[in-house]
Design a protein around this ligand. Structure first.
Ligand code: PLP
Length: 598
């Protein structure tokens, strides 16, 4: 219904985008407004009186009005523009003064985004407060027992309650209106992170009656680098600004200054003018379409949760289907236990990144990882989830294509799927190559330093990878190679052997005089098998000498990352995973050097 209003999908019709919780695609009215500003009214705001400066200021302040209307702020002056939710929460936490709060605890939910945890850690150190966590169930749910516990925790010794309106990791909608009503009775300062709510439901800050409400433009079809901090007037007057500089003052001397009244007090420096204007356009789009957006998303969300629940090897978190019926009865009713169209899950038999890597190749964008909610992942005792999140542009066909890709991926990952290791016609080539390798020990391969970093010999695994055409086939070869890895015994998967950063647990160590490794990810096991194959080849002594310094030093100085790149493997890994593979290579080299010294 809305898809054709998003130019991205007109340009990329093949793309299934299910990562709207990370960032949304931009609405055509937003792109138009940003473009018009750059083409027709490009000037700075609030400073000059020439025509285009006036035009720019008018557009900027109109965006403030539109944003105020979107969230039913009593006045536009209570809308502060900045770079996003992160800056908003940092502004609040750094600008609060002791006199503005009573109590000595900061209460946060276990599911908070890091942006709604870290600033509070700093504030608690600055003002001598402690942080207390509101729990959720081991299924990631926030239902009656957790809610009852939260209500108990809302006592007069709590200074600040900081919580999301909707969890970015699980999709749960929290009953912020009721919670703020109770918090207000205890004089608790309330900060609501509405980043994941703003594009999916009507937000009414007057009804919620919170002290602060924050969100980011890029999650509501507006540009990146722009966001909003709404605050109650008295608090905005007292809160100290974070960004000091031009435009936020009425008078400055070398020793002191007087600040503007809010909102300008918080908008030091030249603002993101085009971003703000784009945000204003997004606010208009959301306000005029929210009812249809919600109806559309509820249907799609149900389709997603039904499909996920039907599949047996999936463990779902958050409040999903049981509560959607409640929402169906009254679209505008946001009650305890509901969820937006964001579903988070893990697989019983497969590593998240193995599934994601293959799904990505089918033009499906989903997110895997901790979603900037590491403490929550620890509570749930998992490393991360796959998160599928919809936007108003998502269609039924997108969901069907996702499930189709998911089913194919899981079948491919299944060990019994029966891959063709190497076509029979190529078998002879491999045998010849393997013979060459076996003979190579009597040739002077180790003396040739110019070979460092180059794929000069074709070893069995590298042969298969080279022969495989396209990433899908290379990927299959890596899965097969994973079976060839010298597996590190379970009892040796200890901290001292751990390597970090591969987006999966990974250990490397010598066991029974053999370099071994283990990762939960099959694809990483395949990469490790490929690297260790090369290490073993380079480190094979030329003589019968058990500890050959020369071959060890060649194996230790070889550029394995370049080797992987030559095999065309590295472009398929995220920057994070590439860094992790580099860490693994460093660890292998260190183990090699130590082992061969002893
Ligand atoms: N809060 C929540 C719930 C989020 O989902 C995010 C972003 O993912 C943030 C805060 C931080 O938003 P930003 O990076 O736009 O500042």
């Amino acid at each position: 219904m809305f898809k054709n209003q998003f130019p991205f999908f007109i340009n990329k019709p093949e793309q299934v985008y299910l990562d709207s919780a990370a960032t949304t695609q931009k609405h055509q009215s937003v792109i138009q407004a940003v473009n018009d500003y750059h083409c027709l009214s490009s000037a700075t705001v609030h400073r000059s009186a020439y025509a285009i400066a006036n035009e720019a200021t008018l557009l900027f302040e109109q965006a403030r009005d539109l944003t105020a209307q979107l969230i039913n702020s009593p006045t536009a002056e209570q809308i502060v523009f900045n770079s996003g939710a992160t800056e908003s929460i940092n502004t609040i936490a750094s600008g609060l003064q002791k006199k503005m709060i009573t109590g000595n605890k900061i209460l946060i939910l276990a599911s908070e985004h890091h942006a709604n945890i870290l600033p509070w850690q700093q504030l608690s150190a600055r003002l001598g407060l402690s942080i207390e966590v509101v729990n959720i169930s081991d299924k990631g749910q926030f239902t009656q027992p957790e809610y009852a516990a939260l209500l108990k925790q809302l006592s007069s010794d709590v200074a600040i309650l900081a919580m999301a309106h909707v969890s970015n990791a699980l999709g749960n909608i929290y009953p912020v209106e009721e919670v703020c009503r109770l918090a207000n009775q205890q004089n608790i300062l309330t900060v609501i992170d509405g980043t994941q709510a703003i594009a999916h439901m009507s937000v009414d800050v007057t009804a919620i009656n919170c002290d602060f409400y924050v969100f980011s433009g890029h999650k509501m079809y507006a540009p990146t680098g722009v966001g909003v901090m709404y605050g109650k007037r008295t608090l905005l007057n007292e809160l100290l600004p974070l960004r000091l500089g031009g435009e936020m003052i009425t008078r400055v001397s070398f020793t002191d200054a007087e600040y503007q009244a809010p909102p300008l007090k918080f908008e030091g420096g030249t603002p993101n003018i085009s971003g703000v204007i784009g945000l204003g356009a997004a606010a208009t789009f959301l306000k005029s379409n929210m009812h249809s957006i919600q109806q559309h998303e509820i249907l799609l969300s149900k389709l997603l949760s039904d499909g996920l629940e039907k599949r047996h090897d999936i463990r779902l978190f958050g409040n999903v289907s049981a509560h959607l019926n409640q929402r169906n009865q009254n679209v505008d009713e946001v009650t305890l236990g509901c969820s937006i169209g964001l579903h988070s899950f893990v697989f019983s038999n497969h590593h998240l990144h193995d599934v994601a890597t293959l799904i990505y190749q089918k033009n499906i964008a989903v997110r895997v990882g901790h979603h900037c909610a590491m403490p929550l992942m620890n509570v749930l005792n998992i490393n991360g989830t796959m998160r599928v999140s919809i936007g108003c542009y998502t269609t039924e066909q997108d969901i069907q294509r996702f499930f189709h890709a998911l089913d194919n991926t899981l079948a491919e990952l299944d060990e019994n799927a029966g891959y063709q290791l190497i076509p029979k016609s190529k078998q002879q080539d491999v045998n010849q190559h393997t013979d060459k390798i076996n003979n190579a020990n009597s040739i002077s391969h180790c003396n040739d330093n110019s070979t460092v970093g180059k794929v000069t010999e074709t070893l069995p695994i590298s042969f298969n990878i080279k022969q495989a055409k396209g990433w899908d086939n290379q990927y299959r070869q890596l899965l097969l190679a994973s079976k060839n890895l010298n597996t590190l015994p379970v009892e040796m998967r200890l901290n001292e052997n751990a390597v970090f950063g591969c987006e999966s647990d990974l250990w490397i160590a010598y066991s029974n005089d053999q370099l071994c490794a283990y990762s939960q990810s099959k694809i990483i096991r395949g990469i490790l098998a490929l690297i260790l194959e090369k290490v073993m080849y380079l480190n094979t002594p030329l003589t019968n000498n058990h500890r050959d310094q020369k071959s060890t030093s060649i194996a230790a100085s070889f550029d394995y990352f370049a080797y992987l790149t030559e095999l065309n493997l590295t472009p398929f890994f995220s920057v994070g995973r590439q860094d992790g593979i580099r860490n693994a290579i460093t660890a292998i080299k260190a183990k090699l050097a130590i082992h061969h010294k002893t």
